[in-house]
Design a binder for this molecule. Structure first.
Ligand SMILES: *[C@@H]1O[C@H](CO)[C@@H](O)[C@H](O)[C@H]1NC(C)=O
Ligand SMILES: *[C@@H]1O[C@H](CO)[C@@H](O)[C@H](O)[C@H]1NC(C)=O
Ligand SMILES: *[C@@H]1O[C@H](CO)[C@@H](O)[C@H](O)[C@H]1NC(C)=O
Length: 383
């Protein structure tokens, strides 16, 4: 190497060049790191002053229940819990253990309030909605009832939905309801673990596994069924795709302001979802078209969300939909070990018939959490 160096006639110039280059790099580096340090100092100062004195422009804790230790993030949400059969009334007291975490628990099943003398009963806490197939209509009826009871003017509910304005559930004002969390009764949710969620968006169940193997079916939109031919509800004799076209045509011709996307429909796992109040009106308006066309709920619901998104997103890349993809399981898998439940904040299915001990462990966990929540009364999370 040395001899090579010496043989070059320009070796002295080369050395000057190297020295110059290295000096330049060092200067740039020092300059840069002092800038970075300055930036860090700035961030540090801001952070320090913000924890010492609450900044007036800081987050409003009331609107960010997740900031608090002592408040469930769902405290202004109604849990709409759907049971498709009425054979197991003993499960309802268990499900009511969700009550302290929500504004209200609404139980829906076909023979819920049989002695009301009405074919279809609905109030803020109960309904008799009969159809598992178009279950979203029951949710829409509840939303209409919430808006009705909040004196926002009468809202038409379809299919004989009826309830008088009530205003209150216990001592809680219906006006304070900010969203609906739908869940099939054998789904599970650990409400306190939703502290980091954005309650102004719609949450749609999704799966990262794209429905492959044991993976849950994912949320996907398409212009024809070749996009997802393995989707079960596209293979059944009811011709859900044909019904879908019928519903989308009716929307395109029937109501102003909604874009059905040339047209496009969506499918997906729908055992849980969340809708904020600002989209209740859209959900109510759209669901009746799917109910009338008898579209199955695991196609209608994701499609309704897609149509709401087209209308309400501020830009094409700022969807109002959040893809909730960390829930365990899918439509059709049962948990088999308690860890399945313990390690996930949500999931489906807890098999109450074969694994009651796992369901009981889940509710016991919620009970423990509730004790901590109550012990933390008045406190916020430390920054
Ligand atoms: C809302 O109120 C109107 C008028 O009082 C009533 O006709 C309608 O059935 C109500 N809707 C629901 C869902 O309660
Ligand atoms: C709804 O109706 C049921 C059955 O009549 C009743 O037990 C319940 O208290 C009602 N809920 C409210 C909020 O009034
Ligand atoms: C409704 O929420 C407000 C805060 O926005 C609260 O002050 C009030 O107590 C709540 N009312 C009821 C009846 O829950």
């Amino acid at each position: 190497m040395g001899s090579l160096f010496h043989r070059s006639g320009l070796h002295r110039n080369n050395i000057y060049l190297y020295v110059l280059l290295v000096t330049l790099i060092i200067v740039i580096y020092l300059q840069d790191s002092s800038n970075i340090k300055k930036q860090y100092d700035e961030v540090w100062r801001t952070w320090e002053s913000s924890t010492l004195s609450p900044s007036p422009s800081g987050p409003d804790l009331h609107n960010n229940p997740g900031e608090r230790r002592d408040v469930s993030p769902f405290k202004n949400t109604v849990a709409y819990i759907r049971l498709n059969s009425d054979a197991h009334p003993e499960r309802i007291p268990l499900l009511m253990q969700y009550e302290p975490f929500f504004h209200t628990i609404h139980i829906s099943h076909p023979n819920n309030v049989v002695d009301s003398g009405e074919q279809y009963f609905l109030n803020i806490t109960h309904d008799n909605y009969w159809s598992f197939w178009t279950g979203y209509q029951g949710v829409a009826n509840l939303m209409a009832s919430i808006l009705n009871s909040s004196s926002e003017g009468p809202i038409e509910a379809t299919h004989d939905g009826h309830s008088g304005p009530e205003g209150f559930v216990g001592d809680r004002h219906v006006q304070n309801i900010t969203g609906v969390w739908f869940m099939h009764f054998d789904a599970w949710v650990d409400p306190m673990k939703f502290f980091d969620m954005d309650f102004t968006r719609i949450w749609v169940l999704d799966s990262a596994s794209m429905g492959v193997g044991d993976g849950a079916p994912y949320y996907v939109c398409m212009k024809d069924k070749s996009r997802y031919p393995q989707w079960h509800w596209l293979q059944t004799p009811e011709d859900n795709e044909g019904r879908m076209w019928k519903a989308l045509r009716a929307i395109a011709n029937g109501i102003e302001g909604y874009d059905v996307g040339s047209p496009e429909y969506c499918t997906g796992w729908s055992d849980m979802y969340y809708i904020p109040r600002q989209y209740f009106g859209d959900f109510i308006a759209l669901s009746r078209y799917f109910t009338e066309a008898e579209v199955f709920h695991e196609m209608a619901t994701p499609t309704i969300f897609n149509i709401i998104d087209r209308r309400r997103r501020k830009t094409p890349w700022r969807s109002v939909i959040y893809r909730l993809s960390d829930c365990w399981g899918s439509c059709c898998f049962d948990v088999s070990i308690p860890e399945d439940v313990e390690w996930r904040r949500c999931g489906h299915r807890l098999n109450y018939a074969t694994s009651m001990h796992i369901a009981e462990a889940h509710f016991k966990r919620l009970d423990e959490e509730l004790k901590l929540v109550r012990a933390a009364e008045g406190t916020v999370y430390e920054k």
